[in-house]
Write a protein that binds this ligand. Structure first.
Ligand code: SF4
Length: 133
């Protein structure tokens, strides 16, 4: 049988090759995109697992411990959640908790979605949940 260049077999082989090349190119492009997003997050510090350096000098009262204006009810919530100003677990702290509200620009204290008032980035409570879950 003569091999016709316009045969169904040639047509299918040609488009299978083209389809494979497109799928490979798509995989390479998506891998490259994921890598660049991950690099950007790493450079921005979003994957930083260490609590931020202390902005408060030794002997100076930490403004994140000042509960002036915070209601007794909100202070009680902190206690019930066992909030502490210094985490007992080095890799688990408020600043890498999914419930943490980062500090506004030029402010030393963040917040928590579970209660009102200032929160130390290196604090911790029983409801700590990792950011990347
Ligand atoms: S849930 Fe707990 S660990 Fe998480 S930000 Fe609030 S106080 Fe910190």
């Amino acid at each position: 049988m003569k091999d016709n260049k316009y045969s169904r077999r040639n047509f299918l082989l040609k488009y299978l090759k083209a389809g494979s090349m497109l799928a490979g190119a798509g995989f390479v492009l998506s891998y490259t995109s994921i890598n660049s997003v991950a690099k950007g997050l790493a450079q921005s510090g979003s994957f930083n697992q260490q609590p931020p350096k202390k902005a408060v000098q030794p002997g100076q009262k930490n403004p994140c411990d000042d509960l002036t204006g915070v209601s007794a009810e909100e202070i009680e919530k902190r206690k019930k959640l066992a909030y502490v100003t210094k985490t007992p677990i080095p890799d688990s702290h408020c600043s890498n908790c999914t419930l943490y509200i980062p500090a506004a620009k030029d402010k030393p204290c963040g917040g928590c979605m579970l209660f009102k008032g200032p929160v130390r980035p290196d604090g911790y409570c029983a409801y700590w949940a990792p950011i990347n879950n």
